[in-house]
Design a protein around this ligand. Structure first.
Ligand code: ME8
Length: 503
């Protein structure tokens, strides 16, 4: 059976990874881990986008060859992802031979099918954004509408993809599949964009202007436009058969989910599906376009210079706290503002609600029952647990990760209230109420077990530690949850999960 295939964008290797990249990657990782826990086989792709003008410029500034810079940055991205516990299965680099081969093959196919034609182009071009603009878009000041840098007027031969002819087919697909682009606000943006006639897409750059890219198989004097090159890396990453490997072994296109930021929605929801239609390849099943992390009300970005280094935060608070903050504090799909105060508030929630519940529970089971739960004990709060499990999965399946995490934390909060109400320390003093104490302790451990399952996709390391404290040898999958409630070894106390001295 084909694995559940999901992807992050293929990030530009022209700069260091920052918190925005980390957010998308942690979000995708959490969804990948959730799928694995639901019993699916998963293929998770991330990687670096290493061709194009931006890459060439960044390398020139550093007096490096673009490939040398790409090697360095691909390593930095990979290290950042390992540091943030990202469970990617494949890291693709667009300079890999296998990818160059796939792109040339597909371009050839499109050329033979006359989906690509040569024409002269004259108009405005933004080097930084690597795209053409119309006179109306650049206005009288002649600046790029996206990055506000001056644009250049150019005249050159270009190859064009007949994108315009797929407009109706794409509209039909979006209209027939209301959940193809989520959230709905982003879907509406794409529909708005498609209200205008869709133009053909320039897919080449003359080597006289830019030589750092994949050579067109039908014209040696041009390279492929970096966006077309990078988009097809999703197909290469799915083990698309190339001229070297003709087999369909491990081939897993189409993607089940492609996660991107809202800045690159048009390329993913318009260029990409139309290129796939022309190549006779199926479309991805779903596109999730999330919002931006802002810093002082502006988008965090390399060029603005207001970015936050995710690895620095990790050193201070730990990997899982970074993962928690980013996913819990941003409504999946909307923008959010990054502040250290919000970070501290979210960390407090981990320490005071979840960490506190875990340490109270383990220390009571150790103190009153020498770390052993009595067997076949009735537990309470069954309905709350079932409802949380059910709603958590519903929210995750709708990709509303922030609300799923909120539900798990609510269960932990309610359980702390339950402890205060039941006063197990009073029950322990009363020999007539032994059963009641066992029920309370059993309930607490049962809930912590459920919480390890719910929260391990976002906090794999801490939930692994919690599972050990409560006597489990591994975090149960959703299916194993019932079994895991009865089979466990002695509970052990351990270091606090979320030490308060970080605050
Ligand atoms: O666009 N908030 O790469 P890129 C949230 N190479 N997410 C952010 C963010 C922010 N402030 N800043 C960046 C490219 N991101 C192309 C992609 S895909 C075939 C080619 C995340 O390095 C977000 O996912 O500029 C955004 O879409 C992506 O990084 C852009 O990364």
């Amino acid at each position: 059976m084909k694995p559940y295939y999901l992807t992050t964008p293929i990030y530009y290797a022209s700069g260091e990874p920052h918190i925005g990249h980390a957010y998308t990657t942690i979000l995708t990782d959490t969804l990948a881990r959730y799928r694995r826990q639901m019993g699916s086989q998963v293929e998770f792709l991330t990687g670096t986008d290493e061709h194009g003008q931006k890459m060439k410029e960044a390398a020139t500034q550093k007096s490096m060859h673009p490939k040398e810079l790409a090697d360095k940055m691909a390593k930095n991205f990979k290290e950042a992802w390992v540091g943030l516990d990202i469970s990617f299965d494949r890291f693709i680099r667009t300079t890999e031979d296998a990818h160059v081969d796939v792109v040339q093959n597909i371009l050839n196919r499109l050329w033979e099918k006359q989906e690509i034609y040569a024409d002269n182009y004259s108009g405005w071009y933004c080097i930084h954004e690597e795209r053409y603009w119309t006179s109306r878009e650049v206005g009288e000041e002649h600046v790029c509408p996206d990055c506000h840098r001056p644009v250049e007027y150019i005249e050159e031969k270009n190859y064009f993809f007949r994108m315009g002819k797929y407009q109706e087919k794409l509209l039909e697909h979006i209209n027939n599949n209301p959940n193809w682009i989520v959230p709905e606000t982003r879907r509406n943006e794409v529909l708005g964009f498609l209200n205008q006639p869709l133009e053909d897409l320039s897919i080449s750059r003359p080597k006289t202007r830019l030589d750092w890219g994949i050579t067109l198989p039908f014209d040696e004097s041009h390279v492929c436009y970096v966006w077309v090159d990078a988009l097809f890396s999703y197909v290469t990453g799915a083990s698309f058969p190339s001229t070297q490997s003709k087999t369909l072994k491990n081939y897993c296109w189409p993607a089940d989910l492609q996660v991107v930021g809202k800045d690159i929605l048009t390329t993913h929801a318009v260029y990409w599906p139309t290129l796939l239609m022309a190549s006779d390849l199926p479309l991805p099943k779903k596109i999730l376009a999330h919002g931006w992390w802002l810093s002082k009300k502006t988008k965090m970005s390399k060029s603005i210079g207001n970015v936050i280094d995710p690895l620095q935060l990790r050193e201070k608070y730990g990997t899982d706290a970074v993962r928690w903050y980013l996913l819990r504090d941003m409504r999946t799909g909307s923008d959010a503002t990054f502040t250290e105060e919000r970070f501290a508030t979210r960390y407090e929630e981990l320490a005071n609600v979840l960490g506190n519940l875990a340490s109270r529970t383990t220390s009571m089971v150790i103190k009153y029952r020498a770390g052993r739960l009595s067997e076949e004990i009735e537990t309470e709060l069954g309905e709350e647990i079932e409802q949380t499990l059910d709603n958590f999965q519903k929210h995750m399946d709708k990709l509303q990760v922030h609300s799923a995490l909120g539900l798990a934390m609510d269960l932990a909060r309610k359980t702390n209230v339950y402890i205060d109400k039941k006063e197990p320390w009073a029950l322990a003093k009363d020999p007539d109420r032994t059963n009641s104490l066992d029920t309370v302790l059993g309930t607490l451990v049962r809930i912590l077990t459920v919480l390890t399952t719910l929260l391990s996709p976002v906090m794999p390391e801490k939930m692994g530690a919690l599972a050990k404290h409560i006597g489990l040898d591994k975090i149960p999958t959703f299916e194993d949850l019932n079994l895991a409630l009865t089979t466990r070894s002695t509970l052990k106390s351990g270091a606090p999960l979320f030490p308060r001295d970080h605050l």
